[in-house]
Ligand binder design. Sequence first.
Ligand code: ZN
Length: 350
Amino acid sequence: MPNLPEINTQFLLDFLSKLLNTPSPTGLAEPAIALTEQTLKPFPALRLSRTRKGALLATWTGERDDHPRAVTAHADTLGGMVKEIKSNGRLKLSQIGGYTWNTIEGEGCTVFNRFGRSLRGSILLTKASSHVFGAEVGEMKRNADSLEVRLDARTSSEKETLDLGVGIGDFIAFDPRVEINAGFVRSRHLDDKACVAALVTAVKALSDAGLKPTRTTTLLISNYEEVGHGAAAGIPANVEELLVVDMAAVGEGQNSDEFHVSLCVKDSGGPYHQGMSDRLRTLAEKHAILYKVDIYPHYGSDGEAFWAAGGDVAVALIGPGVDASHSYERTHTEALLATTKWVVAYLLEE
Ligand SMILES: [Zn+2]
């Protein structure tokens, strides 16, 4: 196999930063899907389309037509919905995706109403002021009842908030707080925008080098992963193999870290496909890609969503190590590059 084409790090970081700054809680992921679509448009070899569910498909005809493949990453993120407008004019949240309440306390947010307008606000404890509530601030359990959205608008009643055009079911996006420092990328929602950026950058790397994938490959940018059924639909029926690209879980007892791409061999949904995982390892070793092997204890992926939906394919999962996942996440450029390289190597695998 020839050397891998060069990866454009600046392109990766620029697109990732733009994507992170594009709000896309599950259910309202369209802005991030549309941005990804726009970014893939300049590559004429890709045939772009949408599923009825709103996911993005990009099909790239390969050198060979046998054994077609798919690669997926998700553009939707954690978020919230307005559950209730309280008598004090503030909002109760309903969670979108799995996270603990304490991870959003103090966060800025945007509420998107059904008229296409947005309002800024922040998520706070109902008893937030130390000067008023003293020790209780630290002792209260963080949950749906103790956290609320304070809108940056003059309202202190349910009616005033309704008059602002806010309604039950409006989507709430948390501020991504993107920072790139000393190679680290820090932001909410690196899960899984880091991997969407890796896929798009892999497309660019091949395309700029005048290459195409060995086998016809469909990229699925899914939009309902965080609630469990993202890739359940959308993958063409003739596809034989699915590579899922999603963040690796970093923390005590984990083998993953922020400087490597991980191969997940098992998560909450059980083991991934051994043969495909082994081939990926061989490929990584051949190209000196910095990878780790790991098991994620509380994790599900779009690969399992497709399996559960009846997908008859081999599935493997790779992704960059992300610290503090579903909280204030962080990874490093080295992990992003290693992930991109692995995707490139997979696309070019003989
Ligand atoms: Zn994810």
